[in-house]
Design a protein around this ligand. Structure first.
Ligand code: SF4
Length: 331
């Protein structure tokens, strides 16, 4: 860890249960706090995430809290090529490392448990999986993606212990703060689940991120702003945004084709304006990891902007500069 300075994290009784690193102020030349700024608080040198598919399933697919999954979800869309559930966690990390180490031999890595719900197993089994990842040389921490209704206190107690010896960030898929939208997309949890999970995670002294989808069916600019306002009240460290993507074979694609629901038809430039509007309402203590996501072209119905993520970011930066806008400047 690069820095031990930070702020104390009390539990509900005022007992200090953790210490979070102080957020370094970002340079005035940067319009927002990005993932690099956040990681620089914790590590010296380059750190790269490696996505892992550890073969989990999802309680919103197997009947535990729902069936059929979220209406927009096709899990094939968020696994990089080097990620295969037939390979062990160690094999996936070694393969991922080889991919990056060619260019950056001194790189260190964060094991990113990404696919499906990466806390959906017994604590004993999860402990084995996380420790297997941490035993791989140059792996210096974990990022664990999960649902907010899938984080028992027993697991939080283990992760709290783990986070005292290594970097641990839990990333919850919140998607929106609007409960009627969560119902419409068959998400299987409410915004209250997100508030509860984030509050308990923070109280255990564990870093926490959220994931939101911008442009879910039925939502307006006011709804996006309300979600950001709700997110701003939570003790989170990182935020990922991405545009709603309409994916082949999903229930949402069928609903849109049948005219049952409508989704935004934004151009990239229009979506840039949406992102900037939200960024300007987001406190500067929260690092924004990304604004867009790119599903494989063969699966993507819309939007088809033909832009790589860094090209979209370039558009966003140019527009932020033209507006002289920065993160949180409307707060
Ligand atoms: S988006 Fe996540 S929670 Fe929803 S069905 Fe897919 S894997 Fe499950």
């Amino acid at each position: 860890m690069a820095s031990s300075a930070g702020y104390a994290v009390p539990d509900s009784s005022g007992r200090i249960v953790g210490l979070f690193p102080a957020a370094k102020p970002f340079s005035v030349s940067k319009p927002y706090r990005d993932l690099g700024d956040f990681l620089a608080c914790h590590f010296e040198g380059k750190v790269q995430k490696i996505s892992i598919n550890a073969g989990f399933t999802c309680p919103n697919r197997d009947g535990t809290c729902g069936t059929g999954g979220c209406t927009y979800c096709n899990n094939q869309t968020f696994n990089p090529e080097y990620c295969s559930p037939t390979a062990t966690i160690t094999e996936q990390l070694v393969k991922g490392k080889a991919f990056f180490a060619r260019k950056y031999p001194s790189m260190r890595y964060l094991a990113y448990f990404q696919a499906y719900t990466n806390t959906y197993a017994s604590v004993e089994r999860l402990r084995e999986m996380y420790e297997e990842a941490l035993a791989v040389p140059d792996v210096v921490g974990l990022i664990i993606g999960t649902r907010p209704d899938c984080m028992p206190n027993e697991l939080l107690r283990y992760l709290a212990e783990l986070s005292r010896r290594t970097f641990v960030l839990v990333e919850y898929g919140a998607e929106t703060a609007r409960d009627s939208t969560l119902q419409l997309i068959n998400r299987g949890h409410s915004w209250a689940h997100t508030v509860d999970a984030v509050t308990r995670t923070h109280a255990h002294g564990i870093m926490c991120g959220l994931h939101l989808i911008i442009g879910l069916p039925g939502e307006t600019t006011d709804d996006f702003r309300a979600t950001i306002a709700a997110v701003a009240q939570l003790p989170i460290d990182t935020l990922k945004l991405h545009q709603l993507q309409l994916i082949r074979g999903t229930r949402l694609a069928r609903q849109v084709a049948a005219g049952e629901v409508a989704v935004p038809q934004w151009s990239a430039e229009e979506y840039v304006e949406v992102c900037i509007d939200l960024l300007r309402r987001l406190p500067r203590r929260i690092a924004v990891e990304r604004f867009v996501s790119q599903s494989p072209a063969g699966l993507l119905i819309a939007p088809r902007w033909g832009l790589k993520n860094h090209e979209f970011t370039h558009l966003l930066h140019r527009r932020l500069a033209a507006l002289a806008a920065t993160q949180g400047d409307l707060l």
